[in-house]
Design a protein around this ligand. Structure first.
Ligand code: KIV
Length: 277
């Protein structure tokens, strides 16, 4: 019997592509093994997003995230996910210079983590790169609308599509990624009518974050939807208040330690000497 015979069948990129217009694709971010284990039962797609630079490492933007960081967290997520498709973000500076640079980065990420796909922020300049990767066996997810790696060029991360030029740019970026062979496209922070137009214009599924219900699927940053931060963007729904839960737990622990209530009898070893039966 093969070692993997009883393992659940993993979601594939062609299966997700075939979900266009059908059952919505469920995606969340994960950066570590225990979170990936929980998400794996519920998500079709787990994204090791470069948002980890801000969420885990306290950076101001995703610009400082390195390929090594993505590989480290990608490997951790792969240890916890056996069913969902795992996609890892290519970080800023690891793919923009040329299709060849992108292939080197993507193949490193896939070999060293075992993930099934990569995501890259895709202005229309990226079409050549996406086609190059796809032709060489790398499943690619595009990312249009607000592109956080371009924060300095875009002048921030406020919602896109406020004027005709912006709308046309987002639409062109999405069409280019689709025609180049992306199997899905993340649309970040655009108005509903633009998300609907993009979703109708492309043949692959769109996965929205702050892009309305008009998309073929949804993604959120897990730490946001679990309520781990004081502030979250308007498009986030908080499904839990873990920051309060953690605060209360840590407070209770600190009080117990100070009052010598922890550890108690239940948490204390009483070892019988060797040979005492
Ligand atoms: O980096 C990330 O987590 C992302 C999602 C917000 C889509 O790209």
């Amino acid at each position: 019997m093969s070692r993997h015979e009883n393992a659940p069948k993993r979601v594939t990129a062609p299966e997700l592509r075939a979900r266009k217009g059908g059952e919505p694709i469920v995606c969340l971010t994960a950066y570590d093994t225990p979170t990936a284990r929980i998400l794996d039962a519920h998500c079709d797609l787990i994204l090791v997003g470069d948002s980890l630079g801000m969420v885990l490492h306290g950076l101001d933007s995703t610009v400082g995230v390195t390929l090594e960081m993505m590989i480290l967290h990608g490997r951790a997520v792969m240890r916890g996910a056996s069913r969902a498709l795992v996609a890892v973000d290519l970080p800023f500076g690891s793919y923009e210079a040329s299709p060849e640079q992108a292939f080197e980065s993507a193949s490193r990420v896939m070999k060293e983590t075992g993930c099934q796909a990569v995501k890259l922020e895709s202005g229309s300049y990226a079409a050549e790169t996406i086609a190059f990767l796809v032709a060489r066996g790398v499943p690619v997810i595009g990312h249009v609308g607000v592109r956080p790696q371009a924060v300095h060029a875009l002048g921030g991360t406020k919602a896109r599509g406020r004027n005709t030029a912006e709308r046309e740019a987002v639409l062109a970026d999405a069409r280019a990624a689709d025609e180049a062979g992306a199997f899905a496209i993340v649309i970040e922070a655009v108005a509903e009518d633009l998300a609907r137009e993009v979703t109708a214009a492309v043949s692959c599924p769109t996965i929205g974050i702050g892009a309305s219900a008009a998309c073929d699927g949804q993604v959120l940053v897990t730490h946001d939807m679990l309520g781990l931060f004081d502030w979250t963007p308007r498009f986030v729904r908080r499904y839990a208040d873990l920051s309060t839960a953690i605060d209360e737990a840590v407070k209770a622990y600190s009080e117990d330690v100070r009052a010598r209530r922890f550890p108690g009898e239940a948490e204390t070893y009483r070892l019988k000497p060797d040979g005492a039966g």
